[in-house]
Ligand binder design. Structure first.
Ligand SMILES: [Zn+2]
Length: 409
């Protein structure tokens, strides 16, 4: 059997721990077995973890890397959305493209091979971001599958132009419809409109939802009702859910069963949730990071994602999903091997289920979207913030990172 690429002695993330060889030809995984005959490019993983490419299910490429042009934060004010809105009229296609490209390349270098990016179409930016990201998706197809979720950040039911822009973007190829009802004067109205658009254009739903420092007024119950009524189970995701972190375990479990029954997934966004939640308090601050492991135990599909990079919502970011999982695990106080392995699943297989990618994962016949990690188990990847040593998209190497070398005297 001839291969273009052979990765020897790889421990598969989530596998049984016995190293195998991965044979790749024509961009696909064609063989998985120990001791395959060497041909093509040969890489010896030496027992390190090889995983499928990471999946970012929730990121904002269009408003990444703008912190230097936004007004500085004033104390513990909660004006991040307004500080971003103030600079959006200055966005151009070239500007969005350049910033989004820098962020996207950072993600590639940390092992991401699939991504759903949100893109804003409020009247102060129009379709500028959408056009730039559509172009970026085409230009970077060699390294990543990038899908666009279109939404209004600054209100929809009171902003007819935002609605028209959403419709235009959905006509023009956006494959997911999103929203931010927390910034809408009519939260249920926005949620209903999003589902209307989902039905009209036959697209999946991914909404920013239930952001707040208490467990009151959960909008996800309406989302579950609409998903049930429309038969949209498995096609609906909510992002943040900081309010779920305020529920006692029995109530969280009840909510988890409801979400699982309705096929509504949850994406936890620890970086932004930690930076934004509880700013009305000056001590004993609510952290706002929902326990996705607890939701997983109820059968809810969950992912962990980056959300914001270097903007007023989160003025940090290195585009590493593994770092996000590590940050999440610290915050929800999950450190056992099985819990950390579950965190890694929420960057990979769980995320693939949210994106409904049936061709995902290390299996014969699937695209060879692979990452080699400097660790022996997927739990260790999360525990140690292990570096991604190499990545492959459809069998072609997309990056290499050397291990650090200590120069002894
Ligand atoms: Zn977001």
């Amino acid at each position: 059997m001839a291969f273009d690429l052979l990765i020897q002695r790889a421990r598969l993330a989530g596998g049984d721990g016995v190293p195998v060889d991965i044979g790749v030809a024509g961009g696909l995984i064609v063989a998985l077995a120990p001791g395959l005959p060497a041909s093509g490019e040969v890489i010896d993983a030496d027992g390190r973890v090889v995983s499928p490419g990471l999946i970012e299910t929730h990121i904002h490429l269009d408003k990444s890397r703008i912190v230097d042009r936004c007004a500085p934060a004033s104390g513990r004010a909660r004006d991040h959305m307004k500080r971003v809105a103030a600079v959006k009229p200055g966005f151009t296609v070239e500007d969005v493209y350049a910033r989004a490209r820098a962020t996207l390349e950072g993600c590639l270098l940390h092992g991401t091979t699939h991504m759903r990016t949100h893109v804003e179409v409020d009247p102060n930016v129009g379709l500028v971001g959408f056009e730039a990201l559509r172009e970026l998706a085409r230009d970077y197809r060699w390294g990543i599958d990038l899908e666009l979720c279109v939404f209004a950040q600054e209100g929809l039911t009171d902003t007819p132009e935002a609605d028209r822009n959403m419709v235009a973007a959905l006509r023009d190829g956006a494959t997911v419809v999103g929203g931010a009802p927390g910034y809408d004067p009519d939260r249920p109205g926005q949620i209903r409109r999003i589902f209307e658009l989902a039905r009209e254009f036959d697209v999946d739903v991914d909404i920013h939802l239930d952001v707040g420092p208490t467990a009151e007024e959960l909008d996800v119950l309406l989302v579950c009702e609409l998903a049930d009524a429309m038969g949209w189970g498995g096609r609906v995701t909510v992002g943040h859910g900081t309010k779920y972190s305020c529920l006692p375990p029995d109530e969280l479990a009840r909510l988890g069963r409801r979400l699982a029954d309705s096929g509504v997934a949850v994406t936890v966004l620890p970086a932004t949730d930690l930076f934004i939640t509880g700013r009305h308090l000056d001590h004993d601050v609510v952290r706002g990071v929902a326990d996705a492991n607890a939701l997983r135990a109820c059968g809810v599909r969950c992912s962990l994602s980056t959300n914001n990079v270097l903007n007023p919502f989160t003025p940090f970011g290195d585009c590493s999903l593994v770092r996000v999982a590590n940050l999440y695990a610290h915050t929800v106080q999950r450190g056992n091997d099985d819990e950390l392995a579950e965190c890694f699943e929420m960057l990979t297989r769980q995320s693939a289920a949210i994106l409904r990618r049936e061709d995902y994962g290390i299996a014969v016949g699937h695209p060879a979207d692979l990452v080699l990690w400097d660790a022996r188990t997927s739990a260790e990847v999360v525990a140690t913030n292990a570096i991604a040593l190499a990545g492959f998209k459809r069998g072609r190497r997309t990056f290499t990172r050397e291990r650090a070398v200590l120069h002894r005297p």
